[in-house]
Design a protein around this ligand. Structure first.
Ligand code: IMP
Ligand code: MG
Length: 176
């Protein structure tokens, strides 16, 4: 149970980039309100840090989707486990994700969202792993583009562990 984790993106780098993203989003939506949809569980940490730094009015909602499996691969079959509490119609929706990997989750989710008639729809992801894309998804606000490594921390898990790490790390070894 003692995996060795090396730091890929430090807490300082994360916070600096999140401040920049918040400034960019606040500028883009000046005079408007934004409705953030946090995708559980992975993007909770990112959503909180980002939302705190936005200077435009913010409302929040949550969705939970699963792309089956507890391992390191997405299955491609996406299911909504928890839908939003409130309607997104007429709102400036920004979907907040932890990472876009294969793109299966987000391409499905953005299609579902579009049909609910938001005023605008954008995607903000802390991390983007473009090398692994099988479905085209364009990210409007990206924290960091990373190489094809399985990462944990700042909300991201490996079989539900390591979400609480304050940095983004790579699992080097797996001990049982
Ligand atoms: P997708 O492959 O783009 O559909 O990504 C689905 C989900 O897989 C993401 O929202 C993450 O929860 C998870 N995921 C993808 N890559 C990683 C990773 O490197 N570490 C932890 N979770 C990941
Ligand atoms: Mg996950």
């Amino acid at each position: 149970m003692n995996d060795k984790i090396s730091v890929m993106i430090s807490e300082e780098e994360l916070m600096k980039r999140i401040r920049e993203l918040a400034e960019e989003i606040s500028r883009d939506y000046e005079g408007e309100a934004v409705h953030l949809i946090c995708i559980l569980k992975g993007s909770v940490f990112f959503t909180c840090e980002l939302a705190k730094r936005l200077t435009v009015p913010v409302t929040l909602d949550f969705m939970k989707v699963s792309s089956y499996g507890d391992g390191t691969k997405s299955s491609g079959i996406v299911r909504i486990e928890k839908d939003t509490d409130e309607s997104v119609e007429g709102k400036n929706v920004i979907v907040i994700e932890d990472i876009v990997d294969s793109g299966n989750t987000l391409s499905f989710l953005l299609e579902v969202m579009k049909n609910k008639k938001p005023k605008s729809l954008k995607l903000c992801s802390l991390l983007d792993k473009p090398d692994r894309r099988v479905k085209p998804v364009s990210v409007d606000y990206t924290g960091f583009v990373i190489e094809d490594k399985f990462v944990v921390g700042f909300g991201l898990d490996y079989a539900q562990r390591y979400r609480n790490l304050p940095y983004i790390g790579v699992v080097e070894e797996t001990g049982e």
